[in-house]
Design a protein around this ligand. Structure first.
Ligand code: UDP
Length: 406
């Protein structure tokens, strides 16, 4: 992990000094983050960078991962899908099981902290502990909440409303809760292996290792294999364009320990790309950060054709690398992309194919989108801004002041 001063050339000394000033106010306080996976997906990605940086700011910070079995993660994946608007079949027994796994975890965790930031629905029930120990609790939601199924939303509301604050990634997710709501967008770390500068030679070597031809155009989507990331829609759009413009398609992703659906989606993606040697379906192990960085940097166009998306870190990652991005106009993605200025927002396979053909054929236009995108990410979605927002959240919780959404 780089020293925090290494961020000065990117964000300026005032920004880093400001973080130390805020962190000073949390002296003697300790913070616990809880989520449901240590690897895979955006939440783990952010926490992996955030926790060491908070420690460097002298904020006593710990991270715990809730434990569950196959049934628990099947239920929480159903929750996830239901919150994204997908109808699911959950029984009373499933809800009870979900609560009981959370209660089992309560027995194992060390609750000797001052502030608890609980990420996403999986560990939401930990708030029950507040009745016993008090302290300060906020619930941090990373997912697209625009059209949740009532059965899951109503169940979760009973827990969310016991927190002191709920934190969302985008204004579109604000809902009626009994608790104050914060708006804190996620971020990427420009110095992480995933995002740091790479020499051209290294990029070429890594990408060619996968059999991809770096002298031809490359279209890439990096994502967990999840229906909501629409990898099959990406294949359809690519096939429509391929008739007119020569290109290769890379669909690269791994699994997450809290996502049991990945293998099923991967099998479908493989079946749909079977007869095309220009489609590369790469199942990446965890810690493929340099590979992902190189794939993004080698791409002519980056796709993120999500049907639902909390934020879409992959969009920020690609824009930071100055890449033209075509992404679904859903969830937190429009925070990152202003259509035809810092990228392309798409609504359908046909629209995606139309813009893909355009960007592959008009490199100057594609480049301009990437330049604007990088500047937007620099101003709004780097980890230093995220650290500041979290520090302010923690300070507000400690002061027990009225929380004013920013
Ligand atoms: N990612 C990864 N390996 C993979 C697929 C994705 O490291 O095989 C990373 C990706 O680069 C990004 C994060 O996981 O940093 C995914 O975050 P995002 O917000 O795009 O989606 P989520 O998976 O959280 O829905």
């Amino acid at each position: 992990m780089p020293k925090i001063n290494k961020y000065i050339p990117i964000v300026g000394k005032e920004t880093i000094d400001g973080l130390f000033l805020l962190a000073e106010k949390l002296k003697g306080k300790s913070i616990l983050h809880v989520n449901s996976t240590a690897v895979g997906g955006g939440v783990a990605e952010i926490l992996t960078r955030m926790i060491p940086l908070l420690k460097q700011l002298n904020v006593d910070t710990k991270w715990e991962v809730i434990k569950g079995n196959e049934r628990f993660f099947k239920i929480t994946k159903d929750f996830h899908n239901a919150l994204h608007g997908v109808p699911v079949n959950l029984t009373d027994d499933d809800f009870e099981f979900f609560v009981s796994v959370n209660r089992d975890n309560m027995k194992d965790f060390d609750f000797n902290h001052d502030i608890f930031l609980i990420h996403d629905p999986q560990p939401v029930v930990l708030i029950e502990k507040k009745k016993e120990i008090g302290k300060h609790w906020a619930w941090r939601c990373h997912i697209d909440f625009t059209e949740p199924q009532d059965v899951v939303m109503n169940f979760l509301n009973t827990y969310i409303n016991q927190y002191e604050a709920a934190v969302f990634s985008a204004p579109a997710f604000a809902r009626k809760f009994d608790v104050p709501q914060f708006l804190i967008a996620p971020s990427i770390d420009p110095l992480a292996d995933k995002n740091k500068e790479l020499p051209e030679e290294k990029i070429k070597k890594i990408v060619e290792k996968f059999g991809i031809d770096t002298s031809r155009k490359i279209v890439t989507q990096i994502s967990r294999f999840d229906y909501l990331k629409d990898p099959l829609g990406v294949i359809d759009a690519y096939k429509a364009v391929k008739k007119y413009v020569d290109c290769q398609l890379v669909l690269a992703g791994g699994g997450a320990t809290d996502d049991p659906e990945g293998m099923e989606v991967l099998a479908k993606v493989k079946a749909a790309s079977e007869n095309d040697k220009d489609i590369f379906v790469l199942f990446l192990p965890p810690s493929s950060d340099i590979e992902i960085n190189a794939l993004q940097r080698a791409s002519t166009v980056v796709m993120q054709k999500s049907l639902k998306e909390g934020f879409g870190l992959t969009v920020a990652e690609a824009l930071w690398k100055g890449k033209p991005v075509i992404a679904g106009a859903v969830g937190g993605i429009p925070l990152q992309i202003k259509h035809q200025y810092s990228g392309i927002l798409s609504y359908s396979i046909e629209g995606t194919a139309f813009y893909l053909k355009q960007l592959l054929s008009e490199p100057d236009y594609a480049k301009a989108l990437g330049v604007n995108g990088r500047s937007h990410i620099k101003d709004n979605f780097l980890i230093t801004r995220h650290l500041r927002d979290y520090l302010m959240l923690f300070i507000s919780l400690m002061d027990n002041r009225e929380i004013i959404p920013c």
